[in-house]
Structure formats: C-alpha cells, structure tokens
Ligand binder design. Structure first.
Ligand code: DX5
Ligand code: ZN
Length: 237
C-alpha cells in the first residue's frame, strides 16, 4: 500500500519543511499537483518547486499534471526530479504519444481519469502504464467530498488488471480519508493520495499509519493481497 500525501494541502509558508515532515512521517511518495489554470480552474506549482522538493526529500515525487498541454511540461518536470508523471485521459487524441514520451524520459507512466469520463477511456492504454489514477473528485481543489459513484470505476480497473495479468498501480485521489480509503481499498485501489485528511492532522505520522492500516485491512477483507513495496510499482492483485 502506498500512501502519498498531497502537498496541495500543506502549509505553503513552510513548504520544504512540510515535504520533510511527510518523509519523517513515513509517507511512501509525495504527490505534487500541477494545475495550469486551463485544464482546471486553478494554478499551482512549476518545475522550480519540484526541483526544490527533489533537493529536500528522498521520497519519490508523484507529479500529477492537470494541464492542457503536458507535452511542453514533461521534460521540464522530469529534469526537475519528477519520479512519476501522470497525464489525463481527457486529452484523448494526444494519447498514447504522451505516454510514450513519459516512458522515453525514464519516468513512471501514469494515466488519470476524471469522474465524468467513462472508465472505458483508459482501457486501450492499460498495457502502456505503470499507474492508473481514478479521480474521486473533480480535479482543481483540495478538500472536496469523495464522489461515491467513482467506486465502480475503481472496481472495473481492478478487474481489467487481473483479467489482463497487468501490474500497474491503482491510485485514487480526492476526498480520501479514513472512511473512504476503506471503500477504495476494498474496490482494489493500492495507492492513495490524500491532502486535507493528512496535512490537517497534528500527527502526520499517526494519520499516515492509520490510513495505511485501514487500507490493508479493507484490502484483506476484500481478498486483495496488500503490496508492501513502497518504491516499486508492484500492485495489490
Ligand atoms: C485534486 C488534486 C488532489 C488533491 C486532493 O484536484 O488532484 O491531489 O490534493 O486533496 P484532498 O485529499 O484534500 O481531497
Ligand atoms: Zn492529484
């Protein structure tokens, strides 16, 4: 099980310390939300921030590009230190070339699907990716409520993964808290992004440990074998 705190919910006045705090708190990855003010109605960080984070923490930087033109951003973010680069399936005809470009840069390849987009959109690309991100809120802001209707999409991706014998990670992002993480893990997710429910807590370490334990228990109950690997891409099938 991978727990990836989202820096979107951290205290920007001490951004570097928040990254270090996540590392000390035994986070597995750091999730970095890149918004371009066009694909989503909000703006966040550029490659310079990722470069600073790269120097500040050993954690893999899981970079989620909510951007209309990721093609011009892949190399700058990779060179800045992104470990994984996730692009959105809503970009349609620019896939799979975007996925190949991420692969060619030597980064882990992620593909995200928004709540209104049918999950069938990701199916043609499953063999090309290291991670599928099922968005559990509409991207753009932290602190939104989990959209329950996304749970069947997680189940569907988990089913395809098993049927096709693939081993990408299955990530969820948005409104993930101690309750919803159990639903997601029960549905087959193994990689959990959480902002508000983690950075809002006084003890990030305890909050991460609790979320991880709840995810492992829920996955066990549902019959998924929990993945212990923190830095690989071995999933929970
Ligand atoms: C939403 C972002 C998320 C966000 C999640 O657009 O992709 O990564 O930080 O935040 P919470 O956990 O607060 O919903
Ligand atoms: Zn995100």
């Amino acid at each position: 099980m991978i727990i990836a705190p989202s820096l979107l919910a951290s205290n920007y006045a001490r951004f570097r310390d928040e990254a270090r705090r996540a590392q000390k708190a035994r986070a597995d990855w750091l999730h970095v939300d890149i918004m371009d003010g066009h694909f989503v109605p909000n703006l966040t960080f550029g490659p310079g921030i990722v470069r600073m984070l790269r120097k500040s923490t050993r954690l893999p930087l899981d970079v989620h590009l909510m951007c209309s033109r990721p093609e011009i951003l892949l190399r700058p973010f990779r060179e800045a230190g992104a470990w994984g680069l996730t692009v959105h399936v809503e970009l349609e005809n620019r896939l799979p070339s975007l996925l190949w470009d991420v692969r060619a840069l030597g980064a882990k390849v992620g593909l995200a699907v928004n709540p209104p987009t049918p999950v069938s959109a990701v199916k043609p690309f499953l063999k090309l990716v290291d991670l599928v991100l099922v968005m559990t809120v509409n991207p753009g802001y932290g602190g939104q409520s989990f959209i329950e209707e996304t749970v069947p999409k997680i189940e569907q991706v988990a089913r395809w993964r098993r049927e096709l014998g693939l081993n990408f990670r299955l990530q969820v992002d948005g409104g993930v808290d101690p309750r919803t993480i159990q639903e997601c893990a029960g549905a087959g997710a193994d990689t959990f992004v959480s902002g508000t429910a983690l950075f809002g807590k006084r003890s990030l370490k305890q909050a991460i440990a609790k979320m991880r334990r709840l995810a492992i228990e829920a996955a066990g109950k549902a019959g998924w074998r929990a993945a212990a690997s923190a830095d690989g891409v071995t999933p929970a099938t």
